[in-house]
Design a protein around this ligand. Structure first.
Ligand SMILES: [Ca+2]
Length: 928
């Protein structure tokens, strides 16, 4: 009889016994086995009071105030015969009794706790750190509310670098009148793990605009290459070699959406989020900072005017500015549209000295500014009275040969306006888009305007017809940021050759005479890319997405410490697994891709399986997969100008999506977790960019029933908080989450908030979508990070909050070995938990199963079966049948590693790996 068969038989006959045995084991594991305790003198207040003073303690607050009293008493105690009683009857004075200072080690984490029986107000416990001079250099506190019996109050903190001693302060604040008993003070060392910087997984060439010029006798392109960690540079690229030949650092600059050449050959760059205009004179080794344009934060467009003048379009107040090199003055031409926030595009009509400003954010518009007489008016409404409101932006614009080209957005629809008659010459919503940022013309040809680039097209102004320039209709290059015709002095490229410069440092050359197309990419320079997302896949690899745009997508393999090749892909916001397939959510139209990481990366792997733009969705920040339902749940933030986010249900077998738009009114969905048939969602009050601001004031937690496919409950977990994120099916059966500064717990049974504690910082004024992430650690503690780059740990039994590191990490993911990964800008950090000196045991395995079941990583029925198997193994082991117990444990390992079991989603790969490792450890103990 095989072990499996006999176990199955025993499973049937032992059904009743399971219930009893299962109850014996604790619900989860907490921390390491035996934390080191720091002795505190007279911690239990049992030592006799000498001459009115309590050994080991002295009053430090409220000395001499008659309405505040304290003393050792036998009226109540947590242990022994005595406790200390604090009674603060003053509404203005505070009362504090401090322990003797004890030596500590800088950089070490400590927790201080005591038993409290508070009768009135609140009493607090402080852990205070002191330097060599005895000056308090840090402190952390927690307060305890009234309770009928003794309850534990605790607080934690890491000793600062200059700290040498610490004390425990028992305290009633000046504004409260706390009274009650305190006993059994305890100070423990909290073990902290180790950090390792794994480097910058993604470097790339991120440029958002480009201009052409000549320098040192060569045709060059100019652009600004974005870099994280303050590494953005102005770059000069030799177009013949596609190499960066010069860079100039731009400290404090994030990037530049506008880089254009003026008519005098000077180059200008308009930056964000600082809203500065920079000037470069070809050949110089530095830039001239012309300062911030008014109070604007983003320069979205630049265009050359007459006599070396440059015009800039800005956000968030839709201004146009003029810089005149003759006077070195910036002139504010004012707000060009009363309600729209963006001037996203500019075109200059040199024939009439007119500037066109493409505005939008909410509704597209074109403002015509007469630079001669200062007049201005919106013309898009009269040009397209039926259609203008379908667009949110006049996104790109160019002027050439008497025609104004406009890329309306979205999608990209081309509008051609005859500037002289101000009439529509081309507009067809089923026809062409513009593609390129600007237009190009060829010297000596007054008829053709060139645009696009992915497909290079021309428009003949005489015949009003379009032509595809590439000889082969299947040829694709890329839409250009700037394009020009140049003579290359190379017989292989006769006459004029079109050169286009585009995103990612891509260069195209196309010769009209020969039909030859050549593309290249700048390959000798890259800047570190900000990490935008971190998620662990079913395969145990940590998937890393870069910011901004298709900057890079890679993964880290914890098994061998290597990174996979960086792929150019959309801005990845979320990665999740369903039944052995990865799903990738990308920003821009809220797309979802299915990806098989075991197969090569090709044009069809990843393959797009859903796109939510038609439902007004843009940013799929949250995904949770449910293997047993073969479903992927996607939470998203809406498109420009909208507040209505969505929860989308994607059914894997049928590839159908069901979008629950506005599932929480006028909020976006940024966090999801699953437990027992219910999806829990957290929301942000912030919608897409370009709205007039949130209409709601408080982020919510909602409950979605997967059986009825409907939202069944909604609650504000913490009043006044704008975002609810970091949702986690906690180790105690509660749904944990973070609402700005507050850690909260939601009871799925009673649907009430059962715990709230403000431990983090509040937000500023900016938009916040994704904030916190929580993970259940292998040690049973809950780990978290937030946008403020705090890595923290919470012990579920005491709710002790320990700030492990500040400035460490944003985003959080965990590998199968229990290591945590977080981002610090462009750097990937790994945090290894302190070594667990607890040996594996059947108890520890039972606890692991309970913990994985609580977090949804083991199916409930399957968890029951695994418990059963362990119970039987325990019985065999208890009867001295060690060999049989080992055989059953080996079978246990085979069972949880069975591909069929994993594919059915009965347990996750990481749960399988961890349990296997524990079981192997146990076999090692039993056979040694
Ligand atoms: Ca005592």
């Amino acid at each position: 009889m095989s072990p499996t068969t006999s176990v199955q038989k025993m499973l049937i006959c032992c059904l009743g016994m399971l219930i009893c045995l299962a109850a014996v084991f604790g619900p989860y594991r907490i921390g390491s086995a035996n934390p080191a305790t720091i002795p505190v003198t007279n911690a239990g207040f049992e030592q006799p009071v000498v001459g009115g003073s309590i050994p080991g303690w002295k009053q430090t607050y409220g000395v001499g105030v008659s309405t505040v009293t304290y003393g050792v008493t036998n009226a109540a105690k947590a242990s022994g015969a005595y406790s200390i009683r604090l009674d603060d009857a003053s509404a203005t004075a505070s009362l504090g009794v401090d322990s003797d200072k004890f030596p500590i080690v800088a950089g070490t984490a400590y927790s201080a706790s005591a038993m409290f029986q508070v009768e009135r107000g609140t009493l607090s416990i402080y852990l205070q750190f002191f330097n060599e001079a005895g000056v308090r250099v840090a402190n952390t506190s927690a307060s305890v509310d009234p309770s009928p019996g003794f309850v534990k109050g605790s607080v934690s903190g890491i000793a600062p670098a200059d700290a040498v001693t610490a004390s425990v302060l028992l305290y009633s604040a000046s504004t409260v009148q706390g009274a009650g008993y305190i006993d059994d003070v305890e100070v423990e060392v909290i073990e902290i793990g180790t950090f390792e910087n794994l480097g910058q997984p993604i470097t790339n060439f991120i440029n958002q605009d480009a201009a052409f010029g000549r320098e040192s006798g060569k045709d060059v392109a100019y652009t600004v290459v974005k870099g994280a960690n303050d590494s953005t540079v102005f770059a000069v690229i030799d177009l013949s070699t596609a190499k960066v030949v010069k860079t100039i650092p731009m400290p404090g600059v994030t990037g530049a959406w506008g880089v254009k050449a003026a008519s005098d050959g000077k180059i200008y760059a308009g930056t964000h989020y600082d809203g500065h205009l920079y000037q470069y004179t070809p050949g110089d080794s530095s830039l001239v900072d012309l300062g911030q344009l008014g109070a604007e934060t983003h320069i979205w467009a630049l265009v050359a005017g007459a006599d070396g003048k440059i015009y800039a379009g800005t956000y968030p107040n839709a201004h146009v500015f003029e810089y005149d090199p003759a006077t070195s003055q910036v002139r504010d031409l004012g707000r060009v549209h009363p309600t729209e926030k963006y001037v996203h595009a500019l075109a200059y009509d040199s024939d009439r000295n007119v500037l066109y400003a493409g505005v939008g954010g909410s509704t597209a518009g074109i403002v015509k500014l007469d630079l001669t007489n200062g007049g201005s008016r919106e013309i898009l409404q009269q040009l397209l009275p039926q259609a203008y409101a379908n667009y949110d932006f006049a996104f790109n614009m160019g002027y050439a040969l008497g025609k104004l080209f406009v890329r309306l957005n979205k999608p990209d629809h081309l509008l051609i306006v005859d500037a002289a008659t101000e009439t529509v010459e081309y507009y067809n919503p089923n026809g062409l888009g513009m593609g390129s940022r600007v237009l190009a013309t060829m010297p000596g040809d007054d008829h053709k305007i060139y645009f696009g680039g992915a497909i290079l097209r021309s428009y003949d102004i005489a015949t009003r017809t379009f032509a595809v320039e590439f000889p082969d209709s299947q040829t694709r290059a890329f839409n250009f940021f700037d394009g020009q015709f140049v003579q290359l002095n190379d017989p292989a490229w006769p006459g004029y050759t079109f050169i286009g410069f585009s995103e990612k440092g891509q260069i195209m050359k196309f010769n009209k005479q020969t039909g030859m197309l050549a593309t290249s990419k700048v390959d000798n320079f890259g800047s570190p890319i900000l990490i935008q997302s971190l998620h662990t896949g079913y395969d145990g690899n940590v998937y890393i997405g870069g910011y901004l745009g298709a900057t890079g997508f890679t993964s880290y393999r914890p098994s061998d410490g290597t990174f996979t090749e960086v792929q150019q892909f959309g801005q990845v916001e979320s990665v999740e697994s369903v039944n052995g397939k990865l799903y990738i959510g990308t920003y821009g139209n809220a797309r979802v891709y299915e990806y098989d990481p075991a197969a090569p990366w090709t044009s069809t792997n990843p393959r797009r399986v859903a796109e939510l733009v038609s439902h007004g969705q843009d940013r799929p920040f949250a995904m949770v997969g449910v293997n047993s339902l073969s479903k992927l749940y996607v939470g998203s933030v809406p498109d420009y100008g909208s507040l209505s986010g969505a929860l989308t249900v994607y059914d894997v077998p049928t590839r159908q999506t069901q979008v629950h738009k506005d599932i929480v009114h006028n909020q976006g969905v940024v966090s999801l977790t699953y437990k027992d048939g219910l999806v829990y969602g957290g929301t942000t009050i912030y919608g897409g960019l370009g709205t007039s601001g949130p209409s709601e004031t408080e982020g919510k937690l909602f409950v979605f029933d997967t059986a009825t496919n409907a939202k069944v409950f909604e609650i504000v977990p913490v009043p006044g908080r704008k975002v609810v994120s970091g949702l986690l099916a906690g180790p105690d059966g509660m749904i944990w989450g973070v609402a700005e500064d507050t850690i909260f717990k939601f009871d799925p049974q009673t649907r009430q908030i059962v715990y709230k504690s403000a431990k983090l910082g509040r937000y500023g004024t900016g938009t916040v979508w994704v904030d916190a992430f929580l993970e259940l650690g292998k040690d049973g503690n809950v780990y978290g990070t937030n946008r403020q780059k705090t890595l923290f740990m919470i012990k579920p039994d005491t709710m002790d909050f320990i700030k492990i590191k500040s400035g460490a990490g944003n985003y959080l993911s965990q590998d199968a070995f229990g290591n945590l990964y977080m981002a610090n800008d462009a750097d990937l950090w790994k945090y290894t938990l302190p070594a667990d000196d607890q040996e594996a045991s059947l108890d520890s395995m039972q606890a692991s199963i309970a913990s994985y079941e609580a977090s949804g990583e083991i199916n409930a029925t399957f968890a029951g079966e695994l418990r059963y198997r362990l119970n039987i193994i325990g019985i065999l082991s208890g009867q001295g049948a060690a060999q049989q117990a080992v055989a059953y444990l080996q079978d246990f390992i085979a069972h949880i590693g069975d591909q069929a079991v994993l594919q059915q989603g009965l347990l996750s790969q990481s749960a399988s790996d961890a349990l296997s490792s524990e079981a192997a450890d146990l076999i090692g103990q039993w056979t040694s």
